[in-house]
Design a protein around this ligand. Structure first.
Ligand code: THU
Length: 139
């Protein structure tokens, strides 16, 4: 993962924290998603009074991108914390990992977890979702 791109993605993800809609948990998450052709999409979490319709930041970014015709992705950056304070990495929930599995190659898709532009770590989808079930299982 190129350092400049990682820093740009972290900046975009942090910028999403101000749009995060979290009247129930107060836990704000921002994401930025990089397509294989270099385009960036962003997302934030959006909560709901009925709780279960809540959408995670990662899925917001994926669904925005897929709804605009994107199907191939290189990397996602995720930041998050209570009241938008970034004290530790906000790892993607299981549902979001499964959505990544639908569109991304687990061996190469990069997941950047960050608390700042200076502090981040990069994981592959396979590291965070070993033995994942995906489209290949149904072919
Ligand atoms: N959340 C995300 O946006 N992404 C994740 O991967 C984990 C959880 C959000 C959902 C909810 O608005 C809040 O964090 C607390 O669960």
């Amino acid at each position: 993962m190129d350092k400049k791109i990682a820093e740009e993605m972290i900046g975009l993800a942090i910028g999403q924290l101000s749009y995060s809609y979290t009247p129930y948990s107060g836990f704000k998450v921002g994401a930025s998603l990089l397509t294989k052709n270099g385009k960036l999409y962003t997302g934030c979490n959006i909560e709901n009074a009925s709780y279960t319709p809540t959408n995670c930041a990662e899925r917001t970014a994926f669904f925005k991108a897929v709804s605009e015709g994107e199907r191939e992705f290189q990397a996602i950056c995720i930041v998050g914390g209570k009241d938008g304070v970034l004290t530790e990495y906000a790892a993607p929930c299981g549902v979001c990992r499964q959505v990544m599995m639908e569109f991304c190659d687990p061996d190469t898709f990069q997941i950047i977890l960050a608390t700042s532009k200076e502090q981040y770590e990069v994981f592959t989808l396979k590291e965070l979702l070993p033995l994942g079930f995906g489209p290949h299982n149904l072919s």
